[in-house]
Design a protein around this ligand. Structure first.
Ligand SMILES: [Zn+2]
Length: 224
């Protein structure tokens, strides 16, 4: 791994992601507004940050209906659409968070035809995978795929078209099997090995695929 994309979850963390991307050559930034925020997105601030050449995506954005008491659902929908509009306007892809909200996220993305992006922390079955693939989206796998109980997820990684596959840390969650504590980016190799095994690839071959896919989705990314 030589490059990574740091995600923002609100204007302040998006600003920090951009600052990191400016000072570290292998770091790129995404600017976004996580659905579990308690206040609306600062779209003007995100729009300004999105003009930075090292900002490669709008994210995290999405819907999270897992906890009734956090992130009011109606407001989340408005925020999600506002962020999708920003992505469409800037021509950037979206990095999408979904938890207990898959149908609503799917319909939300369908309302923005032409938008590209990645479904992050993918843990759903092939049927849902197929639907998001049909929308033109990529799927990104975390350390969850290494866990013994997740055979169905490895099956999705095996069946997925090669040009729609991405990997992520989702630190501090998504810790791979056999690792304890908060997720570390170095453990992405555990995830990569599991996906490579599922697809019958070497780690080097999977690495080449990942670079090609990241380049294809994140148009502003410049990889050596
Ligand atoms: Zn997320």
């Amino acid at each position: 791994m030589t490059d990574l994309i740091a995600m923002g979850v609100d204007a302040a963390s998006s600003r920090r992601a951009v600052a990191m991307a400016e000072s570290l050559s292998g770091v790129w930034a995404a600017v976004g507004h996580h659905p579990l925020n308690q206040s609306p997105p600062d779209i003007a601030a995100l729009a300004e940050l999105a003009q930075h050449p090292r900002v490669v995506a709008v994210g995290e954005v999405g819907l999270d209906h897992a906890d009734e008491h956090r992130g009011p659902h109606d407001a989340q929908e408005d925020w999600f659409h506002a962020c999708c509009h920003l992505a469409a306007k800037t021509g950037l892809p979206v990095c999408v968070h979904t938890r207990d909200s898959t149908e609503a996220v799917y319909e939300g993305l369908r309302a923005h035809p032409g938008l590209s992006g990645v479904m992050h922390y993918w843990v759903l079955d092939w049927e849902w995978a197929r639907r998001f693939l049909d929308l033109g989206f990529y799927l990104s796998f975390s350390g969850v795929i290494t866990r013994g109980s997740r055979q169905e997820l490895r099956e999705v990684a095996r069946r997925l078209p090669a040009d729609r596959l991405l990997l992520e840390t989702d630190a501090p969650w998504g810790t791979p099997k056999g690792r304890s504590g908060a997720m570390r980016p170095a453990w992405l190799l555990d995830t990569a090995q599991t996906v490579a095994d599922a697809r019958g690839l070497s780690l080097v071959e999977l690495g080449e695929l990942e670079r090609a896919n990241a380049r294809a989705l994140f148009g502003r990314l410049r990889l050596d």
